[in-house]
Design a protein around this ligand. Sequence first.
Ligand SMILES: C[S@@+](CC[C@H](N)C(=O)[O-])C[C@H]1O[C@@H](n2cnc3c(N)ncnc32)[C@H](O)[C@@H]1O
Length: 170
Amino acid sequence: MSNLTWSTTYYSGIRVPWVPTREELLDIVMRLANINSDDVFYDLGCGDGRVVIKAVKEGAKKGVCVELNSTLIEKAKEGAKAANVLDKIVFINDDFFNVELKDATVVYMYLLTSVNKALKPKLEAELANGTRVITLDFEIPGWKPIQIVEVSLPMRTARLYLYIKGISDK
Ligand SMILES: C[S@@+](CC[C@H](N)C(=O)[O-])C[C@H]1O[C@@H](n2cnc3c(N)ncnc32)[C@H](O)[C@@H]1O
């Protein structure tokens, strides 16, 4: 088993494991995000970068891959290089609480409800109205989803939530 198959990041006592978004969900995430050539796509806790790589391949102007785990961020860079999109992605090896989000037009988060809750004030303060926020499996407590997509996977049902800043947070 590779040492990249399971990793755990701790911050403020909250445990967030690396569990990659399954490949079969990526097209659905892109459809929900409605990616266009003006988009700046952030993945907060980007893991091996697969979602942000897909977003720029789908036409986003820029991707931002924020990841605390330095091994994973190197893996994300390798993936972006292999996909010929290295120049379109900014890689930030830091805690996402330290990263300014104000140029984001799409934010993706596959974290935990507790972490989404902790991030909510930052999203409300920094995101422009109209920014699409997509979460996998875990809601943003108190925000109203615009759309929920359920996808049957072999062992479970995945749930994708689409929020729009300025509507969902009212
Ligand atoms: C469930 S994984 C999702 C990975 C990727 N977004 C995907 O969907 O394939 C969560 C990721 O968030 C990272 N992470 C957790 N807390 C973080 C933090 N405070 N700042 C940056 N990255 C963090 C973890 O290291 C892990 O790679």
